[in-house]
Structures are given as C-alpha cells and as structure tokens.
Design a protein around this ligand. Structure first.
Ligand code: FE2
Length: 143
C-alpha cells in the first residue's frame, strides 16, 4: 500500500478510505472509529479552543482507551481462530501503545504543532499496520 504520510510537512488530514477494509465488520467499525478519534485530535490542533489543553487531554484519553480496547478485540479474535502469528502481532500492538504514551508525555505543552506530529505518527502507524499485519490475520480468518 502506498504511504504518503512519512515526512509530510503539510500535515494533511487523512480521511477513512474503504481500501483499508478487512471485511471483518466488527474490526472495520473499530478502525473507522480510531480514524475518527485521530481526526478529532487533528481538528482540535487545527482550531485550538480556549480550553485547548483540557480538550486535548480528553481526546488523548479517549484515543488511548479506545486503542487498547481495539487491540484487545483483535487479539481475542486471533486467539479464537488460532492465528499462528498472534504473539508477534501482540508485540506490534504493545510497542505502538508504548510509543504513543511516550509521545503523549512530550505533548504536555500547549503547542498544536506537537499534536500534528503525533497525528502523523498515529495515522502512519495505523495505515501501515492495517495494510500489512492486520491484512494477514484477516486473510487467515477469512480463508
Ligand atoms: Fe492489529
């Protein structure tokens, strides 16, 4: 899958595209929701509110909670179907969560440009992950 996000200085918003569907409805809905939360972060960075810091921390909390919930759903499905690469997939999820928390710690100031960097990282990772690793287990489940 082509990836135009890396090194993108313009920090464009990325909207969901059905090319990222796995054809596993439960997970596709969750991926779309994750995109939506990432885009809430983008929208706030683009149009900062008076309560920017508080609003951003609310979005970040929602984002991390939902990411953890979503990974749990995927891992449960993979386990249920005996996916042989579950362990390495779990490691990918874990290291992403770790990196997100590291970046969030650096986000403690009021600077929206930091949030754009976080946004680019989140989208870059998610799109790559869906296109490569998630596509593999989806294929396994659907065969
Ligand atoms: Fe995944």
């Amino acid at each position: 899958m082509e990836n135009k996000i890396k090194g993108n200085k313009e920090k464009k918003e990325i909207v969901w595209n059905d090319q990222w569907l796995l054809n596993i409805p439960e997970i596709d809905v969750q991926h779309k929701k994750l995109f939506g939360i990432f885009n809430e972060l983008y929208a706030l960075a683009k149009n900062p509110t008076n309560d920017y810091k508080l609003d951003m921390s609310r979005i970040v909390k929602k984002l991390t909670d939902y990411t953890v919930y979503h990974f749990g759903s995927e891992e449960q499905l993979m386990q249920q179907y005996g996916y042989p690469e579950l362990a390495s997939h779990k490691i990918e999820h874990k290291s992403f969560v770790k990196e997100v928390f590291t970046q969030i710690k650096r986000l403690s100031n009021d600077n929206p440009s930091d949030s754009f960097k976080l946004y680019a990282f989140l989208m870059d990772w998610l799109i790559n992950h869906i296109g490569k690793s998630d596509a593999l287990w989806a294929k396994y489940l659907l065969k």
